[in-house]
Design a protein around this ligand. Sequence first.
Ligand SMILES: O=P(O)(O)OC[C@H]1O[C@H](O[C@H]2O[C@H](CO)[C@@H](O)[C@H](O)[C@H]2O)[C@H](O)[C@@H](O)[C@@H]1O
Ligand code: UDP
Length: 500
Amino acid sequence: MQTPVQEKPAAVPESGPSADGHSAETKYDFMVVSNRLPVDRCTAGEDGDDGSSWRRSPGGLVTALAPMMTKTDGAWVGWHGAPDETVKPFSHSGMDLVPVQLSTEDVELYYEGFSNATLWPLYHDVIAPPEFHRTWWDAYRRVNRRFADAVVRHADQGATVWIQDYQLQLVPRMLREARPDLRIGFFNHIPFPPPEIFAQLPWRQAIIDGLMGADLVGFQRASDAGNFMRSARRFLGASVKQQQVHVKGQDGEITHIARAQAFPISIDVRQISELANKPEIIERARQIRQDLGNPKTILLGVDRLDYTKGIRHRLKAYEELLNEGKLTVGETTLIQVASPSRERVEQYRLLREEVEGTVGHINGTYDTIENTAVRYLHHSYPVEEMVALYLAADVMLVTALRDGMNLVAKEYVTARKENDGALVLSEFAGASDQLKQALLMNPHDIDGLKDTIMRAVNMSPKDAARRMRSMRKQILEHDVDHWSADFLQALNEKVIRDDS
Ligand SMILES: O=P(O)(O)OC[C@H]1O[C@H](O[C@H]2O[C@H](CO)[C@@H](O)[C@H](O)[C@H]2O)[C@H](O)[C@@H](O)[C@@H]1O
Ligand SMILES: O=c1ccn([C@@H]2O[C@H](COP(=O)(O)OP(=O)(O)O)[C@@H](O)[C@H]2O)c(=O)[nH]1
């Protein structure tokens, strides 16, 4: 149930059709490229929709990039979420959007296949076994080429192009070959695996070579940048000095230098803070608590329904605490938002079955007529409802087995303007590098997780305030505007240094 955005596609001014049937190309000085555009085409019939409007796309990448893109004159190149449909460039919420078309087959092979059943599990500690298929790889190359072509058509001479995430790792090299005039940045939103795991990928050399087309390759954590540099050395024979990766040609001459560095992503602090202060959202938080019977403690989990998020571990720990009588229904409720994600990928289908079976079992065993153990919501909510949930929750549970960053953790802390509440945070989420005053834990250690949940439930207001104040300070000083400004400044400096 995502909030439909009512705007219709508005074509960018045309001055005559081009060979592919699109409008003549508007040129941009700054372009962001990601698999997804910030909005998705609503499917006809869904939520009573006629199929002609847009809704916000899922996930943290869009949350993070949208604030910057609404403030710049650039364009955002990406897929619009509707297979086989060609959409002309259009504007939405003050952003110029350039749609890239994907066929049903592309979605199956490039997006669900190579991106989400090969790279996603490989880059997330092989929590699920990655699958390697040559047809998926062929589709990945083909679709990456299509994204690169869209940029080539729309990029002005000397433009800055910022490519996002694991779905598009070949685009930097493709662009550099086609358009050496461009300034090319790449940011990986998910972890980069150690070379010992990356080694499994049959196309490892091509992926590193693809990334090395960029001037600057950004990662969430310093350890991800380190893993990338070690792989560049091992699989491409690159030499690495400090954060500079040098690639040599056949004759031993250095042909290109890319810089690899961590730029931890963040959130739009102003937006979350303003919402957290709105009387109607504070009232909504009160109403959420009341609707749940005003329990003493509300625990909250908010995740895409993804096996990397540790939802099963969280439910196991919670069930054991109920079973041992350390937590009781009536006094405690867990709200679990599990927003729909990649539903046609086998591992995600299996996870949904398992999670929903476990929730049914817990509720069947522990619910009373009046109160529930787990309020499970397989929905996607607008940001206003997210902030109301953050205000309603005493304890936020982020138990990811591996996560690039986890913006939910940062949003929760930002919304807690009274400096109360507790954040239980996995050390395997990138956010743990910045939020050191969270209750950090290893989600694989179920006893440790249970102890940490109980520490959070019983935390004194003084301890909670001390931790929250320190975490809030960190996020307030490092919001998403800092993230994009830092990356783009480093990209600028790198290119200027190379040119001089
Ligand atoms: O586009 P989908 O396949 O529906 O998936 C949604 C997004 O999930 C991932 O998000 C990541 O980016 C966040 C912001 O940097 C980060 O906090 C989180 O840890 C990552 O998992 C994915 O990387 C995006 O490409 C997807 O759009
Ligand atoms: O029902 C929902 C669930 C999540 N989110 C947002 O989706 C993003 C999730 O980002 P995160 O980095 O935590 O994880 P990802 O889904 O990108 O892996 C956050 O901004 C959430 O507020 C949302 O708007 N509605």
